[in-house]
Design a protein around this ligand. Structure first.
Ligand code: NAP
Length: 249
């Protein structure tokens, strides 16, 4: 399917894992994609991989909590493609396994800064270039519904994104739709402290109705749906993509 022909997409934190898979899928559906992450060599590698699949792509270094990097990412996109149709805010950090009451203030700041504030600031930078019919996708987590002990404060920042989705959907309507994806557990570098542990992995698989972990492609296909006009009457929603793990009624 080429549902995104002529569209331009920015995906943050997109040189590996879920972000890379989303960039790849949007690109294969016809969008020009702008990939980014903190490290130039990762950006270069991702661009090369995507180009080898025939995807129109450029890359930029963007640590999402760096104001100049965010500005450069948006400016580079607009200079090259002249518009923005899709923004996927995918970056997150989970720097601590401490309980909330034992989490250092600097860690609380980092969690808020990267997981929540940077999503807002990247959209502030991109807002004036967003086209009529554009789509914003925030990446939350199943932990936003059930913050497990080892990722409690991370989970709380992901809960905040559910509210942010509602608030931005209202503020950015009717020209821009804003939706959110709450992935279940996907074996990536980010999650390997859990998914590489056989016992924990089995426990999580058993908590899903589909009896497996998610894949990055599972997340990418939902992102492509939310980015496309196939979801043109959906805004302010969070899609839980977690194999039926408990989330809500
Ligand atoms: P991942 O495979 O570890 O990939 C992380 C990507 O983010 C890399 O490209 C990394 O590249 C980049 N990155 C890290 N910190 C960054 C920053 N501050 N600014 C910009 N780029 C940054 O992670 P993932 O599992 O795909 O996670 C992606 C998103 O999915 C996160 O929002 C996460 O909370 C969410 N999620 C993941 C799971 C899961 O089970 N994997 C479950 C629920 C939600 P550089 O090192 O070059 O910066």
């Amino acid at each position: 399917m080429r549902r995104l022909e002529g569209k331009v997409a920015i995906v943050t934190a997109s040189t590996q894992g879920i972000g890379f898979a989303i960039a790849e899928r949007l690109g294969l559906e016809g969008a020009a994609v702008v990939v980014s992450s903190r490290k130039q060599n990762n950006v270069d590698e991702a661009v090369e991989k995507l180009r080898s699949k025939g995807i129109e792509v450029i890359g930029a270094v963007c640590h999402v909590s760096n104001p100049q990097h965010r500005k450069d990412l948006v400016e580079k996109t607009v200079q090259k493609y002249g518009r923005i149709d899709i923004v996927v805010s995918n970056a997150a950090a989970n720097p601590s396994v401490d309980g909330i009451l034992y989490t250092k203030e600097s860690t609380l700041d980092k969690l808020w800064d990267i997981n929540v504030k940077s999503s807002i600031l990247i959209l502030q930078a991109a807002a004036s270039y967003l086209q009529k019919g554009s789509s914003v996708i925030l990446i939350s987590s199943i932990a936003g519904y059930h913050p497990q002990a080892s990722m409690a404060m991370y989970g709380v920042t992901k809960t905040a994104l559910l509210g942010l989705t509602k608030a931005l959907a209202s503020e950015m309507s009717p020209d821009t739709r804003v939706n959110c994806i709450a992935p279940g557990f996907v074996p990536t570098h980010f999650a390997n402290f859990i998914t590489n542990n056989d016992a924990m992995r089995k426990t999580i698989e058993d908590q899903t109705l589909l009896k497996r972990l998610g894949t990055t492609e599972d997340m990418a296909s939902v992102a492509a749906f939310l980015a496309s006009d196939d979801s043109s009457y959906i805004t302010g929603e969070t899609l839980v993509v977690a194999g039926g793990m408990p989330s809500r009624l």
